[in-house]
Design a protein around this ligand. Sequence first.
Ligand code: PHE
Length: 436
Amino acid sequence: MSARDAWKSKLGFILAAVGSAVGLGNIWKFPYIVGKNGGSAFIFIYLACIILAGIPILIAEIYIGKKSQLNPVGAFRFFQKGKFPFSIIGYIGVFCGIIILSYYSVITGWICHYLMLSFRGFSGTETEIKEIFTTMNATPWINIAWHTFVMGTIMLILVKGVRQGIEAVSKILMPMLGLLLFVLVCYSLTLDGMKEAWHFLTYPDFSKISGGSILEALGTSFFTLSLGMGAMITYGSYLKGDVSITKSAVQIASIDTLIAFLAGIVIFPIVFSNNLEPSAGPGLIFQTLPVLFAKMPGGHIVSVIFFSLVLFAAITSAISLLEVAVSFIIDEFKCSRIKAILIMGTVIWLLGILSAVSSWNVAGTPFLDLFDKIASCYMLPLGGLCTALVFGWAITTESKYKEIGTSAVTKTLLFAAKYVSPILLLVVFLKEIGLF
Ligand code: PHE
């Protein structure tokens, strides 16, 4: 076995972790969920979830990975105490990553399809443009072809390894994403709907908030920070030497949140300038936006920039999802990297076909929705809860202080990881499984 791969630089790690965190969750899910939950009041709750559960658990995952230098299964086994096999938490994580990537790749395929269409430009009536999505989704071969393309691309990137694959790609795509986002934010600032959008995003209307919104905020914050399934454990396991875990976690979470917010700043003014409702649901970027791109001046260019940006974000997240499963096979079965990529890539590609054929369903629920529900509503909060419990209660405070430091901020976040996050996650999990 060759030596374990490691990041070339601290910046490389941060960019790769931000690449994992910033994805469809920020640009596709976050704006429509904010829209659905009435705007800024939801954002406040979301921020609270990021601070009380997101950052503490991000610290926990990076610590668990860095200390053990292992994949999630091996990492939890490394901290084993008592009889309960901690490795189960790692297995749940790897399984969850496989499920998420199987449909994430299909959605990333839709983005590729829309990017291609953007180069030609969107035109036609509103119904015709909205129809593009329905037709694409109802045509299995289009979905399967793009899904194959996406899986093939991320497999090729991973073959290059941690430094030359993940780190190198993140170092190119993340700054490009930042630049494209900046261009779009500048464009949105010139639109009439900006004032209304700003109001929507910053003046809270707490009457729209329900118990369900709080659950949704916590679930989304977990999904968007790539927590609860071992992605950050895996990336942390490629860290060596002297790196401040608290500082890295705060940086990753801040950039991720900023990008989600900026995605809202880009999308909502376009929506408001055209007198549309922000609560369009998952179809917001595939149906509402293209209609507007067809109407607005310069819409052609804006749509190319927009879908390129989403594609970059989605690819760097998909890479991290596959890397979890690949690192598991490499460590646990002493397998070569290429073999591990071929095995896991094929398994996930096959599973993804269930989501790509949108007419296949379980009791009326399409596989894509079913997998998203199982993974983000049940498995991620459960994974997060177990991670918080292991980190908070099975690892001694001294060893945490030694690795993470003893500044006031760190101590507060470690307190949150031990008491606040597990309680919050337990409540969410019990609520999701209908126990109260
Ligand atoms: N964080 C990614 C997003 O926001 C999704 C993701 C979840 C990636 C879990 C890795 C692990 O889209």
